[in-house]
Ligand binder design. Structure first.
Ligand code: CP
Length: 313
């Protein structure tokens, strides 16, 4: 695997990336992060990132902008469709074509499955999926894996618990496909109405990833886990608000939970966090969700450097 394999490449789905690709990206992230600012600024100087967000975002959009700035480039974009011509009915296709004229790389978040693939086919410049539909958030999965690698020193051999809304949370699906490249045990912990959608992990099941399902945060499971990846119950994706009321607040990770885990368990969360992780554990060594968000900027800077440069450092 070499740098040329990534130049001008679209990043649409985590399923398009092999373990070898991922390991290259993680090593490259280390290399770019270690560069002095002058050298780093050469990787994006004079280049423009164009973002189009049809759904709200804090971390993904800001970390892409911050990453592009760290490479010496600039960003333009739409993050409130009401203030763009999307409000007048302009199509996704035309919006992408226009952004393609004004930028060197496009970052897109859109509620529909397949939207990023469609946009990538239209755009001449590389397109990066910043979250689409119900199961794709490839750069989140990459930064999640990178965080595990940095904090635990390895991914193989770990026991990973994924807790919360496994039905509607798209980060979970991308993460599972990413983890399927490694030798890991997965414990899926959700209310019975929010279990993983089997049809969306069909290919993973074929790879025989070891996955176990639970409805409770049982002590016997907590004691096994090296990583607990907590997700928010996605209120906005429930067709019936009463169903959300029944499950909200099902799990809360707090200091009482941490008494039952391995002492060095890592608590992760793609964020935003509601009440599923108590603020009281934020200052423990286990809480790495803010570090995870910081790694997101580093990893996205590396991805931008790779797709924009034929001969990146
Ligand atoms: N993790 C994540 O996608 O966060 P945002 O929705 O704030 O971008």
């Amino acid at each position: 695997m070499s740098i040329e394999n990534f130049f001008n490449r679209d990043i649409v789905s985590i399923k398009d990336f092999s373990r070898q690709d991922l390991e290259f990206i993680f090593n490259y992230t280390d290399r770019v992060s270690a560069l002095g600012q002058n050298k780093k600024s050469e990787l994006g100087r004079g280049r423009t990132l164009g973002y189009i967000f049809y759904e709200p975002s804090t971390r993904t959009r800001m970390s892409f902008e911050a990453a592009m700035a760290s490479l010496g480039g600039s960003s333009i974009g739409i993050f409130d469709s009401k203030s763009s011509s999307v409000e007048k009915g302009e199509s996704l296709a035309d919006t992408i074509r226009i952004m393609d004229l004004y930028s060197d790389v496009i970052v897109l978040r859109h509620p529909l499955d397949g939207s990023s693939r469609f946009a990538a086919e239209l755009s001449e410049n590389p397109l990066i999926n910043a979250g689409s539909g119900s199961e794709e958030h490839p750069t989140q999965a990459m930064l999640d894996l990178y965080t595990i690698l940095k904090e635990k020193g390895r991914i193989d051999g770990l026991s990973v618990g994924i807790v919360g809304d496994l039905k509607y949370g798209r980060t979970v699906y991308s993460l599972l496909y990413g983890l399927a490249n490694y030798n890991v045990d997965i414990h899926l912990i959700s209310p019975p109405t929010l279990t993983i959608r089997k049809e969306s992990i069909y290919d993973i099941e074929k790879k025989k990833l070891k996955m176990y399902e639970h409805y409770e945060l049982e002590d016997r499971v907590l004691t096994k886990l090296d990583v607990i990846y907590v997700t928010r119950i996605q209120r906005e994706r429930f067709p019936d608000p009463q169903e959300y009321e029944k499950v909200k607040g099902t799990y809360t990770i707090d200091s009482n939970t941490l008494r039952k885990t391995k002492p060095d368990v890592s608590l992760m969360h793609p964020m935003p966090r509601m009440q599923e992780i108590s603020h009281s554990v934020d200052n423990t060594k286990n809480a790495i969700y803010f570090k995870q968000a910081a790694y997101g900027k580093e990893l996205r800077a590396a991805l931008l450097a790779l797709v924009l440069n034929e001969n990146a450092v």
